[in-house]
Design a protein around this ligand. Sequence first.
Ligand code: ADP
Ligand code: MG
Length: 705
Amino acid sequence: MANDYLQTPIEFLKGVGPQRVKVLQREFNIFTFSDLLYYFPFRHVDKATIYKVSDIQTEGNYMQFRGDITGYQILGEGRSKRIAAQFTDGTGTIELVWFSTSKWIEDMLAKWHHNVLIFGRPTLFNHRWSMSHPEIIDPNAEQRGNTITQHFFPLYNTSDKAKKAGLDTKGMAKLTAALLLDLRQRMIPETLSSEIIENHHLLSLKEALFQIHYPENQDLLTRATIRLKFEELFYTQLKLLKLKLLTERKLRGHIFARVGESFNYFYHHCLKFELTGAQKRVIKEIRADMGSGRQMNRLLQGDVGSGKTITALLVMLIANDNGFQSCLMAPTEILAQQHYENIARQLSGMDVKVALLTGSTKTADRKAIHEGLMDGSIRILIGTHALIENDVQFQNLGLAVIDEQHRFGVEQRAKLWKKNTTPPHILVMTATPIPRTLAMTVYGDLDVSVIDELPKGRKPIITKHLYEQDRNKMFYFLRQQVDAGRQVFVVYPLIQESEKMDLLDLQAGFEAMSRAFPLPRYAVGMVHGKMKNEVKDFEMQRFSRGETCILVSTTVIEVGIDIPNATVMVIENAERFGLSQLHQLRGRVGRGGEQSYCILMSGHKLSSDGKQRLDAMVATTDGFEIANFDLKLRGPGDLQGTQQSGVLDFKIADLVKDEKLVGYTRDLAKAVLEKDPNLSSPENQTLAINLQKLMKREKFWGLIS
Ligand code: ADP
Ligand code: MG
């Protein structure tokens, strides 16, 4: 029943009246004793050290001083009424200020003036040090020892509303102190098995909860932090892996047992290059998965240009060899078209029929495609989301590949599942490199394959950040490249709010380019999202065939487009793009054997974030490094594709900083489940109970991919 004690409603805690109950619930989601215990401080202040006033160098740090209060006055009138007291320790003075008057402050100042401890944040005011609302510690209290040891004082995040109810960081500290005092003699049930605690030298939960709020020393604070992070990450992984186990058991899949004629023929006669080691490895992983009898749910990550498409094609041929159709869904019309042309060209010598289905497919063609899918003559269908419409029925769909998955909504993907009585294998491809730690957590119940190697002979793209004043230099450079027969992308940002202005920018950019690169010697093209599809496609085709040397565009070209002769990517107003978008855009060049360049144009005024993003782009071309950097800059909640997951609200763990611990706890969770999948053995009792609690409020990521 000790367990229930932690579930006691927070209003039963000393010091929590009806008003505070509301504030605690609304502002911090604290409903029970347990919730308060898990409301961790974000930092601690070292109160073991006593500083000298002459030590103060900068504002903003919490510091403690010992000295005398030499006098105080009440100043101002009405709202600006305040109390100001003078404090000195012989090395300097600090003015102590309270912006409200109250009897107890005056009483205190009247009572204590010699040898007091003051604690707070010194700030500069009129060139003098002052401290507002300092804590003053009764010089006699230290001997009395009636509180929890407070060498390290906890600081809690609070809010304005909470502060009004007296729940500033000090107010919160009082509550946690009261609760912990109460819990001292009670039992706090352990949440990890004793085996895990012993093997990993972890603090007990009770010890950790005490030390995280009021640590006795730095070492114990560290150990408490590790124990609580460990617990949080371990259960996250245990939950995800358990869900995966459940899916695997539930979902039978088509068995692709053999690699047959079409794969082999293609591999030996049509493939124009040697696959990279990473591509080969990934194909093996996928083959093993599709042959296992379980439905595959796999995420294929690979940086832009790493060759995901050919990998997907080979896998689709395996499906074909086993008598199944496959489909490849791309997020945009242009991209679907390009995939189609590429794949149709590569398969032209073979008897594998490919079709393209998009929103703009004509009704008559559509009908023929529907028939070809039903009678099985079409083996591979490529398209946009048009291919998940209900009237698109397959004879026997065995594999669905989704390119650039973050562009698709969850419901759209779910529709693919229903295209066959046994759901098809699903391969989701993304070039948004999700850092491993995040992938493990967000897609923890999907399997992940990574192409972590670029095709041989690629030269790293050279990236430069230029300011407006260097524009002529940029033009000069473009001319050299164009005269050498290369092609250039120039990209402008387009954001919804000021769309009109952006389009004007784009138009102006196009005109400037056209003047600098005049007909008939040169030809400049333009595409943007507002154009009719036919016009857009026409422009894309012209560029793709090399009839235009420069393509001025918005980010419609961001995803997937493959034009190996393009060697320069100019990004205008680069500071307005997010990091992963910049990286995607840069990935449009550097696809052939020639040296490629990315030029980031910006004005002089840059936010520090903007500057950091551009610096990161210049510093590295590695998509995973970029993604990690992005994660640090923005936090995981903002990364593409992670928003819906809801698994990222960690209380204490940090996917970036605790990368090692994520991997470690995942391995441990795996080992535990391998030995005891149902957690039914006595030593896993604790784990089973806690996991069950977590599973109750769970979303099922694997089922919706
Ligand atoms: P992404 O992973 O960005 O989708 P693509 O599949 O578009 O990359 O491949 C980029 C380019 O690299 C294409 O022109 C493709 O033909 C080529 N490519 C793919 N794999 C290899 C390889 N192993 N060797 C040489 N070129 C390759
Ligand atoms: Mg691609």
